[in-house]
Design a protein around this ligand. Sequence first.
Ligand code: PLP
Length: 466
Amino acid sequence: MSLWRPTAILLASDLPLIPPTRLRAMTLPTFVDLNLDPFWMPFTANRQFKQSPRLLVSAAGMYYRSIDGREILDGTAGLWCVNAGHCRPEIISAIAQQAATLDFAPTFQMGHPGPFQVADRLRRITPDPLNHVFFANSGSEAVDTALKIALAYHRLRGEGTRQRLIGRERGYHGVGFGGISVGGIAPNRKFFGSLLAGVDHLPHTHNLEHNAFSKGQPTWGAHLADELERLVALHDASTIAAVIVEPLAGSTGVLIPPQGYLERLRAICDRYGILLIFDEVITGFGRLGAPFASQYFGVTPDLITVAKGLTNAAVPMGAVIVRDEIYETFMQGPAGQIEFFHGYTYSGHPLACAAALATLEIYEKEALFERAASLAPYWQEAIHSLRGLPHVIDIRNLGLVAGIELAPREGQGGPRGYDALCRAFEAGLLIRVTGDIIALSPPLIVERSHIDQMVDILSRVLQELP
Ligand SMILES: Cc1ncc(COP(=O)(O)O)c(C=O)c1O
């Protein structure tokens, strides 16, 4: 059951009178006149969207409300980020109180309690010995920060030749120059010149021939980690600073690591003194049923990047959490000297800190990570019940994540997935698509009845999808 009160009504009588890029809606009690043209939307086909917009006007718990007053079940926790469900009163009041008390304070040569408190709280749920936290404002910034820490760390230890960064094909690490360089998505890279120098990539692990319809971690593919040995042989370990991977790749369509793969990557990094960075922007904060994927897989990286669920997405915040030894390496030299020439005006912003503290409190009090773990088997069976429906060529899942891969339409990747997104939205379900792969990642407060509702809507959508 949702907590909805209608807040938005589309004035149908206005529609014929307005140009296609303008939309009039009445949001009680305010009248909103929307000009859709000036906002250049990110990662969106702007012209297509503005011809037929999908607008959300409010949210509570597991549901959004669309501008035409419909309830939309959130199958994606917004963008993999609203892990505790929408508009949590505890988070709202923490932010409001903070805004009224200390709206902003610098963290360059100054401080306020917030980031110290959040870092200390985070430390308690991160794997040991990752106990030091550097704040950013997004996943992209967290990734770029982590890459810089890795490079500077080696230099400080007298291994300044370690400048090469290794990412992975189909990896998504945000949109900064560092992130797109180590990332493995062609459209995100090809427009932007030569990117960072000295980057190489591991192969991705996605393989339908061997692993289609795997439940949980697929059995085939651990050997793909050995490609790191090949890169070491090619470049020499003395030139390699770090390897960065998503433990479970979300944005390129839910790519689940094969059994033993991450362990092997860890072992090879150890053998050659290469730092291992887990980008946990999606997997952090309970998505797999443990605080971090690192704990879920039992593989401890040297740095973890987080964002999204850190504040339940109520205020933007990202962070890098590093091993004690990395932090200590920076804390050398004269005590009056700045140790790391890096930071953002909003590193540790008071409102983000307030949101993070309230969010972390909810995760703990409501045991949401454990809840995700206990729902995972039900989730798995429910999602795999879609096997056999038209176009479905793979279903994969882990924790509270699932990917449903559809056959491309007439050899062209994308249109079928986008069609599914539109139809699901019309039917009252928010899904995410990457090409023809549907990704699902509901808030961790999801009930079995919501899972049933998702599967029911998806089943109808897939049966009708051309
Ligand atoms: C693994 C991963 N890293 C980094 C990012 C970038 O985060 P942001 O969009 O907050 O910059 C994302 C976003 O989806 C992500 O999934």
